[in-house]
Design a protein around this ligand. Structure first.
Ligand code: SF4
Ligand code: SF4
Length: 303
């Protein structure tokens, strides 16, 4: 079968299962690298942030095996997850934003493998900035809050990127631009408790964002007010007020309850061995088991 036909079939199979997809030539790894390094050179993001949050990326073809030709970026609609903690006779409810669950990754991967493996093509995970790749290839658009938006999904989706030796289909590469709807809207800026979103720059002030701080283990800086925390990890504030999400049916599709005893043991845990099996199972269900020390710290800040 012609490679173009296989790629067309792959795109169709993914879209038919509800997973929009774009592809581009692997040469764009260079462009992605440039997209990340430009704000660093302009001082819009700091060296520390770059080292800490972006050093896992692999943006040269030499970082992977030979013969790869294409970057595949997929989007999977995802709902927030809900956690309920019972503590000292009270019930606390915290959401986990839609991007954290990895459950759809396997579904997407299986469709790709089932389509291309019979033709002796392979995939492997791509360690690339998937939000930038999605915007550059036209799969998503940036909002003023630096969150990406995809047709029909709003901001409630998860991106996943792969590399393959199957040649690309379309090779579109778009300029960065904000969603037109942001032009006359400041809802996210006004709702952000930390002032991370400004009109002066398109890039979020990442080190002012709650997500940056609650995804790292250091103590919260003193300027973060306890009342600003709103999610077990991450922050839902600027996407929950966004009018681009007003038509999206949003309902947590996974609720995990932590009973009094579980909550107390979780809060008291100093190492993994202290975690009750039932808590581990719930954290795995949330795709957050490895992050348990962060969650304990975050929960303590909110209770
Ligand atoms: S809240 Fe308004 S400005 Fe912010 S991302 Fe949504 S549409 Fe754009
Ligand atoms: S995620 Fe929260 S802290 Fe970060 S920009 Fe949005 S509202 Fe502000």
């Amino acid at each position: 079968m012609e490679t173009g036909t296989i790629m067309n079939q792959l795109e169709k199979n993914l879209k038919d299962q509800g997973f929009p997809v774009t592809t581009c030539h692997i040469k764009h790894l260079d462009d992605l690298k440039r997209d990340l390094e430009t704000p660093l050179k302009r001082g819009l993001i700091g060296d520390d942030f770059f080292r800490e949050r972006l050093s896992y990326l692999k943006l040269s073809p030499h970082d992977y095996r030979e013969g790869l030709k294409t970057i595949i970026i997929t989007a999977a609609s995802q709902q927030p997850q809900e956690t309920i903690f019972y503590h000292r006779g009270k019930k606390y409810r915290y959401l986990v934003p839609p991007t954290y669950s990895v459950k759809t990754d396997k579904l997407v991967e299986k469709i790709i493998i089932d389509t291309i493996a019979p033709h002796n093509y392979a995939i492997l995970p791509a360690f690339i900035p998937s939000k930038i790749a999605a915007v550059r290839t036209g799969l998503a658009k940036y909002g003023r809050n630096n969150i990406t938006y995809c047709n029909g999904m709003g901001s409630y989706f998860r991106l996943k990127a792969f590399l393959t030796d199957l040649p690309p289909g379309d090779d579109q590469w778009y300029e960065f631009e904000l969603m037109p709807q942001c032009k006359n809207c400041n809802a996210c800026l006004q709702s952000c408790p930390t002032g991370a979103i400004t009109t002066e720059r398109v890039l979020l002030q990442a080190t002012r964002c709650l997500t940056y701080h609650n995804e790292r283990i250091d103590d919260f800086p003193p300027w973060i007010d306890k009342s600003w925390h709103n999610s077990l990890i991450g922050c839902m504030q600027c996407q929950s007020v966004c009018p681009m999400n007003s038509k999206i049916d949003i309902h947590p599709d996974n609720t995990l309850e932590f009973m009094e005893e579980e909550t107390q043991e979780f809060l008291n845990a100093k190492n993994e061995a202290d975690l009750p099996v039932s808590v581990i199972s719930k954290l795995e269900d949330l795709s957050l088991y490895e992050d348990w020390p962060l969650l304990v710290r975050n929960l303590k800040a909110m209770l």
